[in-house]
Design a protein around this ligand. Structure first.
Ligand code: MN
Length: 496
């Protein structure tokens, strides 16, 4: 275990010489303390989980703050730690990230009704949008949970896999973290659709057994690589097999109709070069060696990047025996961005020492391409929930003017901006309002006229018996519902 931690530290120092190693070590000790004696369902010590989540983030070259938050991400929820401990030991920024991950985890998406699902999803995205790093920590957390899904009961396997396919994989794609999207989908596929998975897997195994596809690819790889080297370009060329899940989606399309021969990117070749101009030289070399397929031709996503920022040149050529093979040409940096998306920008800025910290959305937007997280978010939600109400809420209300308040159980309530714990109580249940004794916000006692802020967790402390609402509450409540209920109760009691 300690060995694994030490090599993680080496890995971090490697991409980020300025990383705060002392604080990362402290976070590791903190996590071990908080999870003492706890096991995962696999029988493994719990603390391996945060360690591996942190390691995933390190492969994405995330900043020290994210790594620290990864170590701590389950210490409140599952360990014995309190928020104030984290604030004291690691500061508010880390605590805020841990909060974000905890809240997202608490949101119930699995098995909820359609409307509820969409609502919770929207709210989840809002929490994450406050600091993009929450998304990456959550994705890493999900990735490790999916890698260890084996030891969970069958029901959870199915639930988690569906949620992964419906939420986390598309989220990874939207963020341009292509590598994570592919892995998440392939991990979920066998649990979510076991029969279809088996069918596709058998087809592909059979295909590679019967054809010389793998050999052909290797021949092509060597041919192109040696020509690039001769042209003086320090290139790398890799062969890659298509992910099974996305192959399945492709086979389902009517024009392919389960015919593997019609899918021409079961295997593809990737060419990595140092400079953008090298990409076009490489394209020339490829077309000189293998005839391009006339009708499907070239897509130049370098000249015209995809909406999620993806850049590459794709071309389909006739390989040996006339088989159509796809080439993808990109610079090393484009590749890193395609695999790790915005995560790559965090590392660039840390290396450069610009010190991106906190919820600096604008900084990310200027960090490289002009990818606007909020625009992404909104366009994604459009696809997911094409209900009038939903779109209107986004268009007219604007997200800023809404207050999303969480119950300790992870349920989310939509409240107006000046709402107080009393409004919240009546929103949860009219009866809860009649038992109000006090309120806690994010674990701290607050006065009842406290103005709630989006993202806060509110717990209503109740008295044993129903009691008369205070007439004074009418001066500060913000919702009609609370006002009506308070008046109703006051009248009732007056009448005796
Ligand atoms: Mn976790």
């Amino acid at each position: 275990m300690e060995k694994e931690f030490t090599s993680l530290i080496d890995q971090i120092k490697d991409y980020s010489p300025k990383a705060n190693v002392e604080k990362i070590k402290k976070a590791w000790e903190f996590a071990k303390m908080a999870h003492t004696g706890q096991k995962r369902l696999s029988g493994e010590d719990f603390v391996f989980h945060p360690l591996r989540v942190a390691t995933i983030l390190a492969t994405w070259k995330m900043d020290s703050t994210s790594i620290i938050a990864a170590f701590l991400h389950d210490t409140i929820e599952d360990g014995g730690a309190r928020r104030e401990d984290i604030v004291r030991e690691f500061g508010e920024e880390v605590a805020t990230l841990v909060d974000g991950v905890t809240k997202v985890t608490g949101l119930r998406l699995k098995g909820s009704r359609q409307e509820q699902f969409v609502e919770n999803l929207r709210k989840m995205l809002l929490v994450m949008a406050k600091d993009l790093r929450v998304v990456f920590i959550k994705l890493a957390d999900r990735l490790h949970n999916m890698r260890t899904l084996d030891s969970l009961p069958k029901e959870s396997q199915l639930g988690n896999s569906m949620e992964t396919l419906e939420i986390y994989a598309p989220l990874a794609e939207r963020l341009g973290v292509g590598k994570v999207k592919g892995e998440l989908e392939d991990l979920a596929f066998p649990y979510a659709y076991p029969d279809e998975y088996k069918k596709v897997k058998d087809m592909v195994d059979d295909y590679f057994k019967k054809t010389s596809a793998e050999l052909d690819i290797e021949t092509m790889r060597k041919a192109i690589l040696s020509k690039l080297i001769k042209a003086g370009i320090k290139a790398e060329v890799q062969g890659r097999k298509k992910h099974l899940y996305s192959l399945w989606r492709k086979l389902l399309r009517p024009e392919n109709d389960w015919d593997l021969a019609k899918v021409n990117d079961i295997m593809a070749l990737r060419v990595f070069v140092p400079e953008i101009t090298d990409c076009y030289v490489a394209l020339g070399i490829i077309h000189n060696t293998y005839k391009p397929v006339p009708s499907i031709g070239i897509s130049d996503y370098i000249a015209q990047p995809k909406p999620n920022g993806y850049r590459s040149i794709h071309t389909k050529v006739f390989g040996p025996k006339g088989k159509i093979i796809e080439f993808q040409v990109r610079t090393f940096q484009m590749h890193e961005e395609a695999e790790y998306g915005l995560a790559a920008h965090w590392s660039y800025s840390e290396v450069k020492g610009t010190g991106v910290s906190g919820d600096k959305l604008e900084k990310i937007e200027t960090a490289g391409d002009k990818l606007s997280w909020v625009r992404q978010l909104i366009s994604w939600q459009h696809e997911l929930a094409d209900t009038d109400e939903f779109i209107n809420a986004l268009k007219f209300d604007g997200l800023k003017h809404r207050n999303f308040i969480f119950s300790p159980m992870g349920d989310v309530y939509d409240l107006p901006v000046d709402a107080t714990p009393v409004d919240f109580a009546y929103m949860v249940h009219t009866k809860l309002g009649n038992f109000i004794q006090g309120a806690k916000v994010d674990g701290r006692i607050v006065p009842l006229d406290y103005k709630l802020k989006s993202g806060q967790v509110v717990e209503i402390l109740t008295s044993k018996n129903a009691k008369k609402p205070n007439a004074h509450w009418l001066e500060f409540v913000a919702t009609n519902m609370a006002r009506r209920e308070i008046n109703k109760q006051l009248n009732k009691i007056d009448k005796g």
